[in-house]
Structure formats: structure tokens, C-alpha cells
Design a protein around this ligand. Structure first.
Ligand code: 5GP
Ligand code: ZN
Length: 114
């Protein structure tokens, strides 16, 4: 997807602070962090949102969660706590139409979310 900002980040056509990458998944710092730790974990493959992920991608979705957990451990927030957010479609506030999981930590979160 040439016009997708996160595809371009994954392809390193747009710079970002990459924290983790492998052949399927890449994680980078959010440009506008909402917490001391705020990363985005995405599949390299383009899906506009969770709604567009087909059956058969269970392993990929699970891997993203485990990558997020590993980063939480490395960032030192695994014990103190962290939140993984997956915004999907308009009511959630999803702005970037490439599936991404937010990893937020390093401060006390509130509930319910806004
Ligand atoms: P959404 O609202 O779609 O769930 O979250 C999109 C996130 O992407 C926001 O937290 C926003 O700050 C982040 N973001 C948008 N554009 C860029 C960018 O060019 N680089 C990085 N690193 N993050 C971005
Ligand atoms: Zn994309």
C-alpha cells in the first residue's frame, strides 16, 4: 500500500524509532506519545483494521501480542503494568488505517478509557 504511512514506516521509506523487527512484525515509537512508554506494534502486511484481517492470521495476531509483551518486559513496565490498545474503525478513534496495537506503560492508566 503505497499511500499507507505505516507500510512506508515498515519499508523504512519514512523514518521512525524502530524498537523491534522481524520478517512479519515491526514495533516503533509513537510520534505523539501518550505515556512514558508508547509504541506501536504492527504486522508488515497491510490490513486496514482488525475488521479486514482474514481467517488464518491467528498466529500473526498472537505473535504481535507476544512481541508487545517482550517489549514491555524490555522497557521495564511488565511488572508495573501496561495497556495494549487496538482501535478499530470510527467510534474507537482509529486514525491510521493499518492494523496497529498500541503498547502504553510507565504511568497509571484510568478506566474507563475516554
Ligand atoms: P490510532 O488513533 O489510529 O489508533 O493511532 C494512530 C497512532 O499513530 C497515533 O498514536 C499517532 O500518534 C501515531 N502516528 C501517526 N502518524 C505517525 C507517524 O508518522 N509516525 C509514528 N511513529 N507514529 C505516528
Ligand atoms: Zn499499510
Amino acid at each position: 500500500m503505497d499511500d499507507c504511512i505505516f507500510c512506508q514506516i515498515a519499508a523504512k521509506k519514512i523514518p521512525s524509532k524502530i524498537i523491534y523487527e522481524d520478517e512479519e512484525v515491526i514495533a516503533f515509537e509513537d510520534i505523539k506519545p501518550q505515556a512514558p512508554v508508547h509504541l506501536l506494534v504492527i504486522p508488515r502486511e497491510h490490513f486496514s483494521s482488525l475488521n479486514q484481517v482474514p481467517a488464518g492470521k491467528e498466529a500473526l495476531l498472537g505473535k504481535i501480542l507476544l512481541v508487545a509483551r517482550k517489549i514491555a518486559e524490555e522497557k521495564g513496565v511488565a511488572e508495573s503494568g501496561y495497556r495494549i490498545v487496538l482501535n478499530t474503525a470510527a467510534d474507537s478513534g482509529q486514525e491510521v488505517l493499518h492494523l496497529h496495537f498500541h503498547l502504553l506503560g510507565g504511568r497509571r492508566m484510568t478506566w474507563p478509557p475516554g
